[in-house]
Design a binder for this molecule. Sequence first.
Ligand SMILES: Cc1ncc(COP(=O)(O)O)c(C=O)c1O
Length: 379
Amino acid sequence: MDRDKILLTPGPLTTTRRTKLAMLKDWGSWDSDFNAVTASIRNSLLKVIHGHDTHVVVPLQGSGTFSVEAAVATLVPADGQVLVLDNGAYCKRAAKLTTMMGRKCTMMPFDEAQAVSPAALDEMLTQDASRLPQGTPITHVMMIHCETGAGVLNPLKEIADVCERHGKGLIVDAMSSFAALEIDARTTRFDALVAASGKCLEGVPGMGFVFIRKAVLQACAGRSPSLAMDLYDQYAYMEKTTQWRFTPPTHVVVALHEAIAQFEEQGGQPARLARYTANCQTLIAGMAKLGFKPFLDSAVQAPIIVTFHAPADPQYDFKIFYAAARARGFILYPGKLTQIETFRVGCIGAIGPVEMEQAVHAVALALTDMGIQSAAPAL
Ligand SMILES: Cc1ncc(COP(=O)(O)O)c(C=O)c1O
């Protein structure tokens, strides 16, 4: 088989040949041609969220976590407090980096198989207000739009409405949802929203970007305890010079530009959501025929990544299963749940239902290799 392996992971993911070919050229980071590419990307990104009136977008070098950390460091003042709505692994990472940035952080735990609750947040913020003036008030709420740990879709608009009513800033990690799930800045108020090149836009990994609400931007000047992660400084420099502050990941940037061109040609976010939804449905239906059961209820399942229970059969071993699927050209993803054994299959990337059917077939052959008759879990 001479085709590249299909990446059924939440990034890096399978990209088109056109996107890969865009990287076969060298670009000067100060050159006007390259600066025009950066400007075009920033304009397109704002279009995705209808955010030209309300937000600016600031690109940043590094993987997605770098941008999450930069958003917290730039937006939350030293005496602020972040409330993290915790229903999974990426929430815990957000809380850890918030604490490491020296910001006070409180976790609000939810079941990892359920969406976070706007009503519970409302109650928590009401209680927090009644405790004042003692203690540090919560200044910001942080949520993950699609919790990639299990694949749960969290209610962004409803959480944003609660935050707005209570006058709290909202920081959203939309890493694995941006460009696939609808996010409308005209109707959903957030102070920062973070995503990255190598996710649903189907670029390659290497840069993130943060939408910052214009109304809070000026107050962010000088807040970041980090030089490289200061999004205000990156923004101000880019506005003044059209350049990135420090060496940009030039090839990643031009690949993203090409990926966005294809995204727009294909019909933008609604078309991407339709393809990923078809991928997800094809996957779940095909896997069900083999006996696999998704971990999540369909009501909270985002069409981004699906967590499946591991088969109960004693012959099952993820490493062998992974190797057998890999040998057929498909890269699966380990589970991220702590209590039960699972594995994950991504539905995103430059793939369609045909590739998902092939993936299911590869999984069926992997089970045969392992001598497993049914993939039913021990429930
Ligand atoms: C919800 C979420 N947050 C953050 C990240 C960023 O991770 P990384 O820094 O590895 O790109 C990811 C990556 O999959 C993610 O899904």
